[in-house]
Write a protein that binds this ligand. Structure first.
Ligand SMILES: Cc1cc2nc3c(=O)[nH]c(=O)nc-3n(C[C@H](O)[C@H](O)[C@H](O)COP(=O)(O)OP(=O)(O)OC[C@H]3O[C@@H](n4cnc5c(N)ncnc54)[C@H](O)[C@@H]3O)c2cc1C
Length: 534
C-alpha cells in the first residue's frame, strides 16, 4: 500500500512521520515542490561582526500547550535543543499595544495589556473588561460573525478596535472585521479533558496509534514556561523531522517535485501526477497511492483537485480509468491569505538601550481604516517582536534573557509589515546587506521603518549593524466568517461513501488552511491525519 503526503511544510512532515509508524508496512511518499522542507518554518544563522545570530523568518515561539509538538520533540530526541521563557519573565508578563497619537482619546504610546492598572489603556477599558463576563453570557450568540463584531458586543467598539484589531494583526496579519469568531476563539470548540497523555515508557509506534498525543516528561518540564523555541531556531524542528524520515526505510522524499493533479481511478486508488525539476530539465511522472494526505495550501490543492471535479483527464495520464461519480471538494478556494514582510533588525547595543522589557508590541487598525496605497507615513507596521527578550539564548546560551537585557552584545527585534496593508517595501530592496559592510547603508524603506519604530519606542535608535528581510507571500490563511462550517462540509464530502458521490475517506485535507494556523495546530492535524484508516 502507498500513502502519498502532499506538501513538506510542518503539517506534511508531521503527517509523514506518524503514518510511517502507524502503517509500517505502507510505503510513504512525501512530495515537496521546493528544495527545502519546512514550509514557513525558516531560520537562518548569520555571523555579524563576530556575533553569531539566529534569525527567524516565520514562526519564532511556540506555546507548551501544544501537546503534539512536545510529543514530536520527545520522539525526535531534540529536548536538548529547547530554549524556554518562564511564565515569570518580562517576555511572558509584558506585552504592549502601541496607540498612535489621536487614535484613542486620552491614551497614546506603548501600553501594556493584561492585568495592569498602571497601564492607561487598561484603566480606560476597566469597565468594559469588568462587565465582559456578564455580557458574554448574555450576548455570546451561536451564529458565526467577525471577531470584531463579537468583541464589540462584549467589550465595546472602542476596545475591540484598539486591542482586538491589534491582537488579530499579531496572529493572522489580517483585518479583525474579516476573521471568523467561531474559527479562532476557543468558546465554540469543545475541550476534551483527556486530550493529553503523559507516559514516557511507550514507543513511537504505540503513541501514534492513539488519538491523543503523549507528552511524556516534557509536559511537566515545560509546565512553568510561557513559550519555547530551539537554540538554532524553529527550523530545528523540520530539520530533525527530515533527518528522521530519511532514516526510515518506508519513507521516500521527493524534493523539487510539484503535485500537478489527482484523479481517483475506478479501482479507488489515485492517479497522482507530479513534475520534478532536474538541473536543466523537468520530468513528469505519476504514482498510484491508495490514500492521500494533502498538506498543501488550500488554493494550491484546489487547482490540483480540479482535474477530478471537472472530469477532465489528468495532463500526464497513465490511465483514463477514472471514477466519474465523485462530488467536487467544496470551499477550497473561499478564503484569501495574507502576505507579510518580516524584517529582522540587529543593533550593536544591549536591549535595555533599545526597548522596554517584554515580548513586543502590536499596533491597531488605523482609525480611518487601512490605506489603499503604502506610503512613508503609513508603511503598514503590524507589530514588533523583542526577540532578545524571548530568544537571546539562541545567540548566547550562557546568559539568561534577564542578564542579556542589560549586558547583551546586541539587540534583535523583528518588525512585521503588510497583511491588510498594501506591502510597503518594494521588490528592489535587497533582502540583506553584504556581511562585509561594517556599517551597511540602509535602503530608504528600511530607514523609514526604523524611524517609525524609533517614534513608537520614544527614543533615538542606533544604526543597525544588520537587517534581514523575508518576503512571505500568501503565508497566513484568512479564516473568513463561516470557515468552521465550510470545513465541516468539506470533510463530509471527503468522508462520504464513494457510491454516494463522496471520496470514501481515502483523502484527508489538513494544514494551516483548514484547522488552525499555529504550529501546534498544524503538527496535531498532521499527526492525526489517517487515524481513521487503521
Ligand atoms: C511570518 C509568520 C510567523 C508565524 N509565527 C508563528 C508563531 O510564532 N507561532 C506559531 O505557532 N505559528 C506561527 N505561524 C504559523 C505557522 O508557522 C504556519 O501556519 C505553519 O508553519 C504552516 O504549516 P503548513 O505545513 O500547514 O503549511 P506550509 O508551511 O505553507 O507548507 C506547505 C508546503 O507545501 C509546499 N507546496 C506548495 N505547493 C506544492 C505543490 N504543488 N506540490 C508540492 N508541494 C507544494 C510548499 O512549498 C510548502 O513547503 C507563523 C507564520 C508566518 C508566515
Amino acid at each position: 500500500m502507498q500513502i502519498a503526503v502532499l506538501g513538506g511544510g510542518l503539517t506534511g512532515l508531521s503527517a509523514a512521520f506518524s503514518v510511517s509508524y502507524r502503517f509500517p508496512a505502507a510505503q510513504v511518499l512525501l512530495f515537496e515542490k521546493g528544495k527545502r522542507l519546512g514550509g514557513w518554518a525558516q531560520s537562518e544563522l548569520v555571523n555579524v561582526q563576530g556575533r553569531r545570530i539566529v534569525l527567524e523568518g516565520g514562526p519564532r515561539t511556540l506555546r507548551p500547550k501544544g501537546a503534539a509538538v512536545l510529543e514530536l520533540i520527545r520522539h525526535l530526541g531534540i529536548e536538548d535543543e529547547l530554549i524556554t521563557v518562564s511564565k515569570s519573565s518580562p517576555a511572558a508578563k509584558k506585552r504592549y499595544v502601541y496607540i498612535p497619537p489621536g487614535q484613542l482619546p486620552g491614551v497614546s504610546g506603548l501600553n501594556t495589556v493584561g492585568l495592569d492598572l498602571r497601564s492607561p489603556l487598561m484603566r480606560k477599558f476597566l469597565w468594559p473588561i469588568l462587565r465582559a463576563p456578564l455580557r458574554y453570557t448574555r450576548f455570546k450568540g451561536d451564529k458565526d460573525e467577525s471577531i470584531h463584531s463579537f468583541a464589540s458586543r462584549i467589550l465595546g467598539d472602542e476596545m475591540a478596535t484598539a486591542v482586538g484589531s491589534a491582537v488579530i494583526h499579531g496572529i493572522y496579519a489580517a483585518d479583525s472585521r474579516q476573521i471568523s469568531a467561531h474559527s479562532t476563539l476557543p468558546f465554540w470548540t469543545p475541550k476534551d479533558p483527556n486530550s493529553v497523555v503523559a507516559d514516557s515508557s511507550t514507543s513511537i509506534h504505540m503513541d501514534v496509534l492513539q488519538p491523543h498525543p503523549n507528552v511524556g516528561h516534557l509536559g511537566n518540564a515545560l509546565k512553568n514556561m510561557s513559550v519555547y523555541s530551539f537554540k538554532s531556531g524553529i527550523e530545528a524542528l523540520p530539520r530533525a523531522l527530515e533527518k528522521h524520515l530519511e532514516s526510515r526505510s518506508n519513507v521516500q522524499i521527493f524534493r523539487e517535485s510539484s503535485i500537478l493533479s489527482l484523479l481517483m481511478r475506478k479501482d479507488h486508488t489515485f492517479e497522482l501526477s507530479y513534475s520534478t525539476l532536474h538541473n536543466t530539465s523537468t520530468s513528469f511522472s505519476t504514482v498510484n497511492p491508495t490514500y492521500i494526505i494533502s498538506a498543501l495550501p488550500l488554493p494550491t490543492f484546489h487547482r490540483v483537485a480540479k482535474a477530478q471535479s471537472t472530469n477532465s483527464p489528468s495532463p500526464y495520464p497513465n490511465s483514463q480509468n477514472v471514477t466519474s461519480s465523485l462530488s467536487p471538494i467544496p470551499h477550497l478556494a473561499t478564503n484569501s491569505s495574507s502576505s507579510v514582510h518580516v524584517l529582522n533588525l540587529i543593533f550593536p547595543t544591549p536591549p535595555s538601550e533599545i526597548h522596554p522589557p517584554g515580548f513586543g508590541y502590536l499596533i491597531p487598525r488605523p482609525r480611518e481604516g487601512y490605506p489603499t496605497v503604502a506610503s512613508d507615513d503609513q508603511p503598514g507596521i503590524l507589530g514588533v517582536v523583542f526577540d532578545s527578550c524571548s530568544a537571546s539564548q539562541q545567540d548566547d546560551p550562557t546568559m539568561s534573557p534577564e542578564e542579556w537585557y542589560t549586558k547583551g552584545t546586541h539587540t534583535k527585534i523583528t518588525v512585521m509589515l503588510g497583511g491588510p496593508y498594501p506591502l510597503y517595501i518594494p521588490p528592489s530592496t535587497p533582502t540583506s546587506p553584504s556581511l562585509h559592510n561594517v556599517q551597511p547603508d540602509l535602503p530608504h524603506h528600511i530607514r523609514i521603518v526604523l524611524n517609525h519604530i524609533s517614534t513608537h519606542l520614544s527614543r533615538p535608535l542606533p544604526e543597525p549593524i544588520y537587517y534581514r528581510l523575508w518576503r512571505n507571500d500568501n503565508c497566513i490563511p484568512t479564516y473568513s466568517i463561516g470557515h468552521l462550517e465550510r470545513m465541516q462540509e468539506m470533510r463530509d464530502v471527503l468522508n462520504k461513501d464513494i457510491s454516494s458521490g463522496g471520496w470514501g475517506g481515502k483523502l484527508e485535507v489538513v494544514g494551516a488552511g483548514v484547522g488552525g494556523v499555529s504550529v501546534p495546530d498544524c503538527i496535531l492535524a498532521g499527526r492525526n491525519a489517517g487515524l481513521r484508516w487503521l
